[in-house]
Design a binder for this molecule. Structure first.
Ligand SMILES: NC(=O)c1ccc[n+]([C@@H]2O[C@H](COP(=O)([O-])OP(=O)(O)OC[C@H]3O[C@@H](n4cnc5c(N)ncnc54)[C@H](OP(=O)(O)O)[C@@H]3O)[C@@H](O)[C@H]2O)c1
Length: 197
């Protein structure tokens, strides 16, 4: 077990991100308007809103970096809503940022201690929703159990990568693949561990 604190062995840390086929989660300036793609794949599944709603209920809390949070605040200001429902949402930041709602809590400090000591002790399904800097930290520190990667039918050439540079290879196990009518492919990989361990 990492750290001295008790971790809930049933808990699961998921990194979820949507990215272009060339592996970017946003343009360099942080914009994500290209996430609205318009492909059609005849053989694909359709997202059932009832299934999505039931699935979202299984998520117990969200974790995000401050720049992702700033994007979420922008979306809300534009009337696009808050994607995290009434679930506790932990924002990693060393700055003073506006608190969008009561469910938002800020944290600054040791990420491994926070996840293994605090979040795993309280929550079962813990979702990291970006951005790239925080996803990389999560993988680098060996905190993630699985990676859900939605690949969108678009190439954008340059931008913020899904995760920043890693210092080691990480072996994965492909657990699920789904292709949707929208041309998006969703991959679920379980993290098998750092190869040098
Ligand atoms: N396509 C998608 O699915 C998707 C998903 C998520 C995000 N995005 C996009 O990705 C972009 C943001 O990604 P990013 O890689 O630039 O940034 P990010 O991962 O959202 O945020 C990184 C920042 O979080 C703060 N932070 C991280 N760990 C911390 C810790 N342990 N303690 C205290 N503060 C900590 C630091 O900022 P401070 O301390 O200075 O606050 C750090 O610079 C946005 O443009 C967003 O729209 C896209």
């Amino acid at each position: 077990m990492q750290n001295e604190t008790m971790a809930n062995l049933d808990s699961r840390v998921t990194i979820h991100m949507a990215a272009s086929l060339d592996g970017f989660i946003a343009r360099k300036d942080g914009s994500v308007e290209w996430l609205e793609t318009s492909d059609e794949f005849a053989g694909g599944d359709t997202m059932d809103p009832g299934f999505v709603e039931a699935f979202l209920k299984t998520i117990d809390c969200y974790v995000m970096g401050s720049r992702m949070y700033e994007t979420a605040l922008r979306f809300e200001a534009q009337g696009l809503g808050w994607a995290y429902g009434d679930k506790p949402t932990f924002v990693l930041t060393s700055r003073e940022l506006p608190r969008a709602r009561d469910t938002v809590e800020f944290y600054s400090g040791d990420l491994a201690q926070f996840v293994n000591g605090r979040l795993r002790a309280t929550f079962r399904s813990i979702w990291f929703v970006g951005g790239g800097a925080v996803s990389a930290d999560c993988l680098r520190l060996g905190l993630a159990d699985e990676v859900r990667y939605s690949i969108l039918p678009i190439l954008i050439g340059d931008g913020i990568p899904f995760f920043d540079k890693l210092d080691r290879d990480i072996a994965l196990h492909l657990a699920e693949v789904k292709a949707y009518k929208s041309g998006t492919v969703e991959l679920l990989y379980e993290v098998r561990g750092h190869l040098s361990e």
